[in-house]
Design a protein around this ligand. Structure first.
Ligand SMILES: Cc1cc2nc3c(=O)[nH]c(=O)nc-3n(C[C@H](O)[C@H](O)[C@H](O)COP(=O)(O)O)c2cc1C
Length: 200
């Protein structure tokens, strides 16, 4: 079986976002994992129109060229790690739209997150998990949360320290989350491969 390919998707598109900082930290840790390969995807680089199709591509072929290009990109991966803030107790609208703009490409693959905010982005991640059920994804148990005093220590609205200042608090959950992603990526790759064989 090939090595699972995992996309790390940066969800905040704000000009002055904090999200690039935890994304860079996460990215710096990933070469330690030899059991998966990773690609960084920034939603800023993939501007999408608001969803304007007849239905998701589970039912109707998508017309918009940007949405089709997004689907082509997403299809290449065996799992996804979102770096997401919490906006009004949920995920950013740009991320919800990006999720809506594909369907079959997300299906039967694991989804994980590094979430941040005063409450560690916990409510945003729970919303993301609910959405992922409808997309027929596997939401993994472990996640990285940057919240409370840690969030204010590294956020520009607080001390703006480097993420390394809180690394000992979040490194164990990163390892657990990556273990979950690797396990479910392998399991769902095997299941999808079997499904393709049976359909052939
Ligand atoms: C529109 C908006 C809504 C927010 N709502 C919440 C919230 O519900 N809970 C929370 O903990 N933080 C909330 N915040 C604070 C963000 O989590 C914090 O500003 C974070 O740095 C935003 O991520 P970003 O800088 O990568 O865009 C909100 C921020 C914005 C801009």
């Amino acid at each position: 079986m090939t090595t699972p390919r995992i996309a790390v998707i940066v969800a905040s598109t704000r000009t002055d976002r904090f999200g690039g900082k935890p994304a860079d930290w996460l990215w710096s840790k990933l070469p330690e994992r030899r059991d998966m390969t990773f690609e960084l995807i920034d939603l800023r680089d993939h501007p999408l129109p608001f969803f304007d199709e007849a239905a998701t591509n589970a039912f109707v072929e998508t017309k918009d060229p940007a949405a089709r290009a997004w689907q082509d990109l997403i299809r290449r991966f065996d799992g996804y790690i979102f770096v997401t803030p919490e906006y009004n107790h949920s995920i950013p609208g740009a991320l919800k739209n990006a999720l809506d703009q594909a369907y079959v490409e997300w299906k039967h693959k694991p989804i994980a997150a590094l979430a941040y905010g005063s409450m560690g982005g916990a409510r945003a991640l729970e919303h993301l998990r609910q959405i992922s059920v409808e997309l027929q994804m596997v939401a993994v148990r472990n996640a990285v949360h940057i919240g409370g005093p840690d969030f204010y220590r590294v956020s520009p609205i607080g001390d703006d320290d480097p993420i390394s200042a809180i690394e000992e608090h979040i490194a164990p959950s990163l390892e657990a989350m990556l273990d979950d992603v690797a396990w479910w990526a392998r399991a769902t790759m095997a299941a999808r491969s079997q499904e393709r064989k049976e359909a052939a």
